[in-house]
Design a protein around this ligand. Structure first.
Ligand code: NAD
Length: 315
């Protein structure tokens, strides 16, 4: 068994060190495209498949990979892997929970502060020779006077809550389908309807699942406090982007800060791209050097599985 040369497929870019590490134990191939058909064609003789955000490991991909033993997802969300089909076929899925937690929590506040302080408008005013005119606008309320509603109090939701309470003095409501147990901060667990009605800022930290796809749509947005701000650093498809666009244009919603979109990137003519009171980032929540290092370390768990050892983090 120790003489086996494993066949390893990188479907998306990983750090050179991660690729080099896998070359120590097997033959490595790297794809430049990761559409379903690219994967189906490439996985046939693979023992291990390394992916990040954009590969869709569907049942069809898994059926085309009779030798596959392990999928390594450098990252957190597993919505791009058919976990049930993987389980049925005895394929272990390993990933890197926690790798991006602090970065995504930071970014949540970057988006929130940019909206509450209208940083885009301020910056344009200074550059456009409208210093005094721009300065005349008064920020209605700073973060300390706002209630934050967190949907999904997992790793990232908790890191956001800590910053909100200990860093900014915000009041925090949260909703989760699971009881988070004892917390090291003071936040109130509420039903979603109460969270929608009472939060000035609503921040999404749920995984993309059958129950969260389209969670924030026309009927939910109608229950938000008028003028509320939405932050989404989770997955684009948790929000109906057309309903969001409408709520922003009608003034029902005060603003939206988005790091994630559906699809990514949005088509150039998508209305949301020109909606008012928005700040967008291109899915950069995990783009800190430390998060990237931790995500690349998924190769160690892939190797453990190939060697018949228990991985550190499996789905
Ligand atoms: P986690 O599993 O620790 O937390 C998710 C929480 O959501 C859990 O507590 C879960 O019980 C809760 N939840 C699930 N369905 C729910 C529902 N219907 N209503 C309320 N709560 C629900 O995950 P995490 O590490 O905090 O990451 C959360 C998500 O953030 C990931 O799944 C991923 O999609 C996204 N993410 C984005 C980036 C980025 O670059 N923007 C980086 C990392 C993770």
């Amino acid at each position: 068994m120790s003489q086996t040369r494993w066949r390893i497929l990188f479907a998306e870019p990983f750090a050179a060190q991660a690729v080099a590490r896998m070359r120590e134990i097997g033959e490595v191939r790297e794809l430049t495209n990761c559409d379903e058909s690219d994967l189906v064609n490439a996985v046939a003789d693979c023992d291990a498949l390394l992916i990040r955000t954009y590969s869709r490991v569907t049942r069809r991909v898994l059926e085309a990979a009779p030798r596959l033993r392990v999928i390594g997802r450098g990252g957190v969300g597993l919505d791009n892997v058919d976990l049930e089909a993987a389980r049925e076929r005895g394929v272990t899925v390993v990933y890197t929970p926690g790798a991006a937690t602090e970065g995504v929590a930071d970014l949540t506040f970057a988006l929130m502060l940019a909206l509450v302080w209208d940083l885009r408008g301020c910056d344009a005013g200074v550059r456009g020779g409208r210093f005094g005119e721009t300065r005349a606008v008064v920020v209605p309320r700073g973060l300390h006077a706002l209630t934050l509603g967190i949907i999904g109090l997992g790793r990232i939701g908790k890191a956001v809550a800590r910053r909100a309470i200990h860093g900014f003095g915000m009041s925090v409501l949260f909703n989760d389908i699971v009881d988070p147990g004892p917390l090291d901060f003071s936040a109130t667990r509420v039903e979603k309807d109460r969270l929608y009605a009472e939060s000035d800022v609503i921040s999404l930290h749920v995984p993309l699942t059958d129950t969260t796809r389209g969670l924030i749509g026309e009927s939910t947005l109608a229950r938000f406090k008028p003028g509320a701000v939405l932050i989404n650093t989770s997955r684009g498809a948790v929000v109906d982007s057309y309903a969001l666009d409408h709520a922003l244009r009608s003034g029902r919603l005060g603003g939206a800060g988005l790091d994630v979109f559906d699809p990514e990137p949005l088509p150039a003519d998508h209305p949301l791209l020109s909606a008012p009171n928005t700040v967008f980032t291109p899915h950069v929540g995990a783009r800190t050097a430390l998060a990237q290092e931790r995500m690349n370390a998924v190769v160690e768990d892939v190797i453990r599985v190939l060697q018949g050892l228990a991985p550190q983090y499996s789905a």
